[in-house]
Design a protein around this ligand. Structure first.
Ligand SMILES: Nc1ncnc2c1ncn2[C@@H]1O[C@H](COP(=O)(O)OP(=O)(O)OP(=O)(O)O)[C@@H](O)[C@H]1O
Ligand SMILES: [Mg+2]
Length: 233
């Protein structure tokens, strides 16, 4: 949280100050990318060392197993924070190409570990529109992950639908988790807004940046909880 907060506050300061030039944000972006890169490598070493120690632990020493699990969990948390910061500060130009929305939703689900208590109903129809595949994948993963986290250990459902008009495609993600209090609804897209102990509060804020870069719209509603994305065709 500390790393992401510092980088994001710096980025926000630069964004908000009209007197700063646009290049300054690029510098912050590059600086964050360098920090992230420098953290990623030793993190990889820690992760691999964990795998080796676990393999060497042939007689199944419980203390070693438990501590390795703790190391792995911490590595995953740091990796998540780095990815979130990078998604937030990276403002690369869009690479627009025609892609299937349905297939991209499926790819997003495949990158996640969805627990057995949660059923995901995917759309039965499809639409092919131009978008930046890598960025929209980040959006779908963030929204589905939030839904999975919100449902938690109870039995629940996530229903994804696609609707199209002549000019737009709308993708809706509905989940059966607890409702979002209406006073919090307008804050969910705010940078650094989080109600989670391990959250960065950058997920939805990055989604909003990406969707707006596509000249689309993203909104949230409750009862039931639903996130809607409207993309131009
Ligand atoms: N499907 C959902 N149901 C209920 N609340 C949600 C849902 N999605 C988002 N929220 C609320 O919006 C907040 C902001 O979401 P966001 O994805 O930006 O950050 P986060 O999930 O807290 O952290 P991170 O994405 O870094 O793990 C969440 O902390 C949560 O309170
Ligand atoms: Mg999130």
């Amino acid at each position: 949280m500390l790393l992401s907060t510092i980088v994001v506050l710096l980025a926000l300061l630069v964004k908000r100050s009209q007197s700063f030039k646009k290049e300054k944000l690029t510098v912050i972006g590059q600086l964050s990318s360098n920090i992230a890169h420098d953290i990623r490598n030793p993190l990889g070493t820690i992760k691999n060392a964990g795998v080796i120690i676990q393999k060497e632990n042939k007689d199944g020493n419980e203390v070693i197993s438990r501590e390795i699990d703790r190391i792995n969990l911490s590595v995953r948390r740091i990796s998540h924070q780095i990815e979130e910061v990078l998604n937030y500060v990276r403002t690369t130009p869009l690479i627009l190409k025609p892609h299937s929305v349905n297939q991209t939703i499926q790819e997003a689900i495949d990158t996640l570990t969805v627990p057995e208590n949660i059923t995901i109903n995917t759309p039965t129809n499809d639409v092919t529109i131009k978008f930046d595949h890598e960025k929209i994948l980040i959006v779908f993963v963030n929204i589905i992950l939030n839904a999975v986290q919100s449902i938690g250990k109870t039995k629940g459902e996530i229903t994804i639908t696609i609707n199209e008009t002549e000019t737009h495609a709308t993708i809706q993600f509905e989940n059966s988790g607890p409702n979002i209090p209406s006073k919090d609804l307008k804050r969910v897209f705010d940078t650094l807004y989080t109600t989670k102990l391990e959250g960065t509060g950058l997920g939805l804020s990055s989604c909003k940046n990406i969707i707006e870069q596509h000249k689309g719209e993203i909104s949230a509603s409750t009862k039931p909880v639903r996130f809607s994305i409207k993309l131009p065709k």
